[in-house]
Design a binder for this molecule. Sequence first.
Ligand SMILES: [Fe+2]
Length: 434
Amino acid sequence: MGCQYFEPTDNGANSFTVAMPKLTFGRGSLAEVGERAKALGFKKVVLFTDAMLESGPIVEIVRQSLKQQSIEFSIFSDIRIEPDDDCVMEAASMLKDAGSDGIISVGGGSVIDTAKGALLVAQHGGHIRDYFAAPIGSGKPVPGPVLPHIACATTSGTGSECTSITVIRINELDTKFVVASPHLLATQAIVDPQCCDSLPGNVVASTGFDLLCHALECYTARAYTKHLEVKDPNARQLIQGSNPFSDLSAQKALEIAGEYLVRGVADNSDREARDNLMWGATLAGIAFGNSGTHLPHAMSYGITHLMKDITTDGYPVSSPFIPHGISVIVSAPAIFNYTADAAPERHLEGAAFLSADAKGATKDEAGEVLSKRLIELMRETHIPNGLSGVGFDQSHVKALAESSFRQQRAIANAPRDSILVDLENMYNGALSYW
Ligand SMILES: [Fe+2]
C-alpha cells in the first residue's frame, strides 16, 4: 500500500486478509437470535452462558426467542470469569454429547472464549493445550471448520464476538494463553447495547479500557508488511499486524473511547455514552481480530498470573482477581512511552484520536503525550494507580517480566523489539503514575 507505515520490506507480507462474522448491532437485536438460528438451519443448540446471566433477563430473551422458533436447546453455564482449560474440556464433552447442530454464546469474553475452545475440541478432538503454540502446547493447527456459532456480547469490552482467538488459562502453568485460527471466528455476532444498561460504572471502566487498549495496540502494532510473508494463503493468521482495514475501525474506536468513556463510567443512565461504548468495543474487536494486540495485553498476563490477595469491588469473584481491562491499562502508559520511539506518528495520532491536546507536539514527545492522556482517563474513571494500585511493588518486577515474556506472539506484534530487561523497565515505569 502507498502509505509510509506499510512500506514493503524484504520477505515481509505483501497482502493482508480481512474476516469478521456477519454482524448485527442495535438495541433489541438480541431478540432476533432465534430467527437467525433458524435461518442457519439450527434445530438443536447448546446455549453457553454463565450462572449469573442464566437466571437474568438477557438469557430469558434468548430462551424466548429460541422457543418461538421451536429450536431445542440445552444450557452450559458452569463458566467462571477467566475460564481455564478444565472448564473448556468439560464444555467440549457436554457439547459433543449434546449432538447439536450449532451453538449460541451469550456473555462477556469468558463465555465466548469458552465456547470457541469447546467447539474446537468437540470437533477435532485432543486437549485444548494441543492447540497452544509450542513450547506451551503442541502447536497443532486447527484442522478445519467447527460447528456454526452465534456469539452475543453482553459487555462493552471483549470484542471476542468478532475475533478468531480464544484466551484460556492453563491451570498447570497458572497463566493465560491464546489459540488463534480463522476457524474460530463466529458465524454471526449479535451486539445489543441494552445488555449493558445495568452494568455498574466500575465494570464499564474496566471493559472500556480493554476496548481502548485493543484499538490503541492495533493502531500502533507492527505493520503487516514487517511480518514475514506466509507462503500458504490458507495458513495466514488474522493476527497479522496493523493494516489499512484495522486502522479504520481502531481509529473510530479510539475516538469513541476519548469522547464517551468518562461519561459512560460516571452515569449508568447515559444511554448515548453506553451505546457508543458498545459500538466502540465492537469496532475494536473487529480491529484486533484482523491485526492483533501487543505489549499491554502480553504484559497483563504476568499481572493476572502473579496477583495475590487482591480483590476488586463490584465483581462476584473470589480473591485473587483483577478485571482484565485493569490488568491491561495499569502498565499501558509506561509501555506506550517505550513503543513510541519506533512509531512516533502513530502514537501521536492515537493520542489525538483520544482527544489529547497533541497540537504542536514533536515526534520526541509522542510517548509522553499519549501516556499523559491515558493517565488522565485513568484518573477520571478511578482506575488503580499503576501496578502499586493493584498490589505490586518493585520486588515483583522481575517475576512479572519473566512471566509475560512467554507471550512471544504478542510481543513480536509490538512496533519496537523488546528483550526481558525492557519488560522489566516498562513494569518499573508502571509502578505508579501520580
Ligand atoms: Fe483484551
